[in-house]
Design a protein around this ligand. Sequence first.
Ligand code: SF4
Length: 162
Amino acid sequence: MAAAVRGRAATPWRLHATLPRSEANGPGVRYVIWSQGCSLGCPGCFNPSTHPGEAPLTRTVEGVVADVLDGADGLEGVTLSGGEPLEQPCAVAEFCARIKECSSLGIIVLTGLTRGEIEADRDRAAAVADADLVVAGRYNARRHHGRGTARARRTGPGAPCA
Ligand code: SF4
């Protein structure tokens, strides 16, 4: 896997934003990556500006990996959010593999797809293969009472990903 990842490191990745330090997107201090593009249309989504496919920021996977590793001191991990991260599964797979190859950082993926939708698609399943935690399922505004409470499970419904 690692050799293949090295060979495709220039893979483009459409992103909404990145944040080198956050304590509000999972346990500890984390580097956060919001992908651009989501077609799921969850009612009440609170980040609709991430839905269009046209990205305000296009990076290479290797470029983002370098940014994360350059600032890794004091980081507990990386959180991938959206938009829908798994609408770009190759970029996510490459990124996660490179982070695991080069560091001990943990990886959380927040996705609006269900566990079944992920497992039914080879590329999506491969994208989360190196993740330590996958929070899966459509955002449900009625169940969203505060950030963090719905996130401490491997897969579960109603977790916000934006
Ligand atoms: S909550 Fe997440 S999966 Fe749902 S529409 Fe918004 S960005 Fe897409």
